[in-house]
Design a protein around this ligand. Structure first.
Ligand code: ATP
Length: 397
């Protein structure tokens, strides 16, 4: 596997008049990497891609492709190809002619063109439609032809601007999987623009999350999801609860004061000051909720029997326990009380809106497997709310 830097953006800024579309960004994209630019509409991702392609020139900064500065090189002199959302196929040409077009322009021999077109169509798993016209193809097939047309040139870098945006959800998901496979097979660097966070998480080796022309965070999907650097990233990628409080005690587990309550989280390497205002960011699926009161132990799948036996120190286990007391004894993690505002069943899980005693409201998503609770939790029920501190990031901005 190659290991150099394929695309190097050094302090790139792009202004349109007085408006700054891309604001001093630096990105180092590795050879063979599937790298996504992710962000909401207007954040500057397409402009960034167009600068790599050479359709736009940076106002300041320099772009390097495989170590060489591209300066003002026009698009056709750069070793990159772009795949657009709208396919841009020639309607009057067959699939094979569409794919061959670029090679004919470069005056490659007829036999080589034939071989490479066949190879490219096989690569995108479309060997049987070479003689059809674009209008005889489905959206997914057209996008594959567009991809074959780019791959046939054997670019070192492929730039893709929301290539799956026009496809329906199911086809898009299938194509995400295939695109990733094709990318791994050909080993070409992909720079992929999308506003769809799930798409970026599914396909990318690394993601740059952008907002208002700035890069907010660069990292692999797990890092971006589990360790967001700020509220924008935490909120844009998936769903997140934010609870505002003031830093109380610092340490491996940091506590914050919210009203009368103390909640636990992790500073994740951030240098926090006591008294500083922070936001506790917790994913809904990382929050556990348990019913309050004495309940039948037999039905509590979520209680660890070994830990419980240890807790009771050889004595016979009771028929009913209060989970909050058990959890408080078993771990040193904080358990807080709350009340269910509403519970919505959404198939794979149930989504509970819970008000904590401190007043903050959080969403908890609990997977539906069997009868999770011996009584179904409903609006108005008092509950215990618990999360592992390492799953609660303390963010400052
Ligand atoms: P989308 O997903 O909607 O395409 P994007 O993140 O790709 O969004 P860009 O297309 O890069 O965003 O645009 C970034 C900002 O720059 C937008 O506010 C846009 O209106 C502006 N912009 C882009 N191209 C031009 C241009 N040629 N002239 C003036 N403003 C432009």
């Amino acid at each position: 596997m190659a290991s150099g830097i394929a695309v190097d953006l050094r302090q790139i800024t792009k202004k349109f008049g007085t408006f700054t579309a891309v604001d001093n960004i630096s990105l180092h994209i590795q050879e063979g990497e599937f790298f996504s630019l992710l962000g909401p509409s207007g954040c500057g991702k397409t402009t960034t891609l167009r600068m790599i392609a050479g359709f736009e020139l940076p106002t300041s900064g320099e772009i390097y492709l495989h170590g060489d500065p591209v300066g003002q090189l026009p698009p056709f002199k750069r070793d990159v190809n772009t795949v657009f959302q709208n396919y841009a196929l020639f309607p009057h040409l067959t699939v094979a002619q569409n794919v061959a077009f670029g090679l004919q322009m470069k005056q490659v021999s007829a036999s080589e063109i034939e071989r490479r077109v066949r190879e490219a169509l096989e690569m995108v798993r479309l060997p049987d439609v070479a003689d059809r016209r674009p209008r005889q193809l489905s959206g997914g097939m057209k996008q594959r032809v567009a991809l074959a047309r780019a791959l046939v040139n054997r670019p070192k870098v492929l730039l893709l601007d929301e290539p799956l945006g026009a496809l329906d959800l199911k086809l898009r998901k299938a194509m995400q999987f295939e695109l990733k496979q094709i990318q791994q097979q050909v080993g070409i660097t992909f720079v992929y623009v999308t506003h769809d966070q799930e798409e970026a998480l599914t396909m990318s080796d690394r993601i740059a999350v952008m907002n208002r022309g700035l890069v907010q965070q660069v990292g692999n999907p797990r890092t971006i999801y589990e360790h967001p650097q700020n509220r924008f990233v935490a909120d844009f990628i998936g769903e997140t609860n934010f609870v505002e409080g003031k830093v109380a005690q610092k340490g491996e587990v940091t506590t914050i004061q919210v009203g009368q309550e103390t909640l636990q989280g992790t500073a994740d390497g951030r240098d926090l000051q006591a008294g500083q205002t922070v936001f506790l960011a917790i994913r809904p699926e990382k929050i556990n909720i348990y019913p309050q009161g004495q309940l039948a132990l037999q039905k509590m799948d979520y209680v660890n029997r070994d830990a419980l036996a240890k807790l009771f120190n050889g004595r016979e286990l009771p028929e009913t326990i209060d989970v909050g007391h058990y959890l408080a004894a078993e771990t040193d993690q904080s358990i807080v009380r709350g009340t269910i505002e509403d519970a919505v069943y959404i198939g794979t899980d149930t989504r509970y809106r819970v008000t904590l005693e401190a007043g903050a409201e959080v969403i908890a998503r609990v997977q539906n497997f069997g009868d999770r609770y011996d009584i179904p939790l409903k609006s108005g029920d008092p509950v215990y709310v618990h999360w592992a501190p390492e799953n609660a990031q303390l963010l400052t901005e």
